[in-house]
Design a protein around this ligand. Structure first.
Ligand code: AHZ
Length: 307
């Protein structure tokens, strides 16, 4: 049996029988796979309300966040994991333009499934409980989706982390601080389907989220990628893009990890977006730097919040 609070809907009220003095109704449910499976009854509007009230309560609460992470690829998710675990007191809000979070980390490279991670970033896989094969200098996870689904489930289980996917960051909020210097102080968002249709519809103004620290993890240039790096140039915070250089795994990975930093007051950059900002090499299909850069971005965020 299953108890649910009385709904105010007259239709549901009429369907109910056996209302008890405590305001609850008891239904018969049955988990029977021989043809007798019975669900608790539901009103269609209850389903809508269950989603609407949670989604918009979350938007209301997260309009002021402690950290906004732009992009839920391997770097953004690694940042969210380390930050959420280290500082459960922080309101961490991830904004992901795609319907499916994970960025380029659902496959290892090209259309192949295994994911290569150079040591010592295998320690992060061990922390997440992800099995791998040891090849000496590097390890191989049998399927990149095992990394992405595991880190996603760990991040989404954290009560202080919220993910808003199908939502694009369209702009940055840049304010003057008390010294008159520019400081990134938030993000301007829209549902991605809206963001993609500004040329066809009028008056689809965006929403905002303010936060003392923004972590940008939008990947290298593409239809949506390198978002903050490009906006920094057009906003005058950066003279010009460094532009991602050619593939060189040995140069690229340490450059991304060691270069992860607050690139402008209030804005920390991580992952492959940094290659566009700094003009560093790409590493191709090896993911250790994305994980380590995400962890470094989390550490930089904590340092900035505590300074
Ligand atoms: O959808 C994007 C993706 O999931 C998201 N994103 C981009 N612009 C956005 C915006 N608002 C919200 N304006 C946005 N979300 O950011 C995510 C970026 O993930 P990614 O996997 O592309 O980047 P990463 O830096 O986490 O990982 C890069 C992986 C690569 S690329 C590469 C190479 O080309 O050599 N090598 C590696 C390991």
């Amino acid at each position: 049996t299953f108890s649910s609070p009385l709904d105010e809907s007259p239709l549901l009220q009429a369907k109910k029988n056996g209302a008890q003095g405590n305001g609850k109704v008891t239904y018969d449910v049955l988990e029977d796979y021989d043809g007798g499976y019975r669900f608790a009854p539901i009103e269609e509007a209850q389903v809508s309300r269950a989603m609407i009230k949670r989604y918009f309560t979350t938007m209301y609460e997260r309009a002021v966040s402690d950290v906004v992470i732009i992009g839920a690829g391997s770097a953004g998710l690694s940042c969210a994991y380390h930050l959420g675990k280290s500082r459960p007191d922080l309101k961490i809000t991830i904004i992901e333009a795609g319907v499916a979070p994970g960025g380029g980390a659902w496959l290892g490279g090209q259309l192949m499934t295994p994911m290569v991670v150079r040591k010592p970033a295998d320690r992060f896989l061990t922390e997440l409980g992800i099995p791998f094969e040891d090849e000496g200098n590097f390890v191989v996870v049998k399927h990149a989706a095992l990394f992405t689904s595991t880190i996603l489930s760990r991040v989404l289980s954290m009560p202080n982390v919220v993910l808003m996917n199908a939502t694009a960051v369209e702009d940055l909020i840049i304010r003057k601080d008390h010294t008159g210097a520019d400081r990134v102080a938030g993000v301007v968002t829209n549902w991605t389907l809206v963001a993609l249709n500004h040329d066809t519809q009028s008056c689809m103004d965006p929403n905002v989220i303010t936060a003392p620290i923004i972590v940008s993890a939008t990947g290298h240039d593409g239809p949506m990628g390198a978002f903050s790096a490009k906006r920094m140039v057009s906003a005058g915070l950066l003279k010009e893009l460094g532009n991602m250089r050619c593939l060189d795994m040995n140069r690229a990975e340490p450059a991304i990890v060691n270069g992860t930093r607050e690139v402008a007051p209030g804005l920390i950059m991580t992952g492959m977006e940094l290659s566009e900002h700094d003009g560093s090499n790409r590493m191709g299909p090896t993911f250790g730097a994305m994980m380590a850069s995400g962890i470094k971005a989390a550490k930089e965020a904590i340092r900035a919040l505590e300074s």
